[in-house]
Design a protein. Structure first.
Length: 223
């Protein structure tokens, strides 16, 4: 079998993905994405699981999106079940960029409530992209079980995901606004505020919700 110069360059790029210098790894990921080869997909997916540099990981995701979906999808779906948090998170992120709804069955309740905040946030974003038409309300119900979780960055990610579901989110938020846990009520109120007014800042929405809850209200009075 004849080895072409393009093949040689591709194999060299794969080797450079292991280089200790992030700049070399970034250039290698760019090279693989510029000249896609289905034989390289498994190596790209494997590298996503361990790559320490954010920018290189982002380039690896871009490189994967340059390959045929039929080739990338099986490996990414397997990866979301990995025991390594970064592998799950990056595979989910890549699936969100590919946007093929055939991956939807892989977005399980377990992933949407993953103990690792970064994995859960990736799952929320990906679910909103992949959810089939007509299943938004069911997804909203599952996402609403995570209200009140984590710090502000995590809570903002969840609010954005819920707001992106549109009208389908309303019943889930109404139920959460009467939850026993005040953190859940505050987060639900703030999310509803963002749904009603997308230009409202999250910090303002949270503080406003805290005042309502502190006064013993649910935010549903008069509605």
């Amino acid at each position: 079998m004849t080895i072409t110069s393009q093949d040689a360059e591709g194999h060299r790029a794969l080797q450079e993905l292991e280089d200790e210098r992030s700049s070399v790894r970034l250039r290698a990921a760019l090279a693989v994405g510029t000249a896609p080869d289905p034989h390289f997909v498994d190596r790209l997916v494997e590298r996503c699981a361990i790559e320490p540099d954010f920018f290189v990981r982002d380039m690896l995701t871009w490189a994967l999106t340059r390959h045929p979906v039929a080739v990338t999808l099986p490996g990414l779906v397997r990866e979301v079940r990995s025991g390594r948090a970064q592998a799950r998170s990056q595979a989910l992120h890549t699936l969100s960029k590919i946007g093929d709804r055939r991956a939807w069955p892989a977005i399980t309740r377990t992933l949407l409530s993953d103990a690792d905040d970064e994995v859960a946030r990736s799952a929320w974003r990906t679910a909103v992209v992949l959810v089939p038409e007509g299943e938004e309300a069911g997804l909203a119900e599952v996402l609403a079980t995570q209200l009140g979780r984590g710090e502000r960055e995590t809570q903002l990610s969840l609010s954005r995901a819920l707001v992106a579901l549109g009208e389908a989110v309303v019943p889930a938020l109404r139920a959460a606004m009467t939850a026993p846990d005040p953190r859940v009520r505050v987060h639900a109120l703030a999310t509803r505020r963002l749904w009603q007014d997308p230009d409202a800042g999250f910090e303002y929405a949270i503080e406003e919700a805290k005042r309502v809850v502190a006064l013993g209200g649910s935010g549903q009075e008069g509605r």
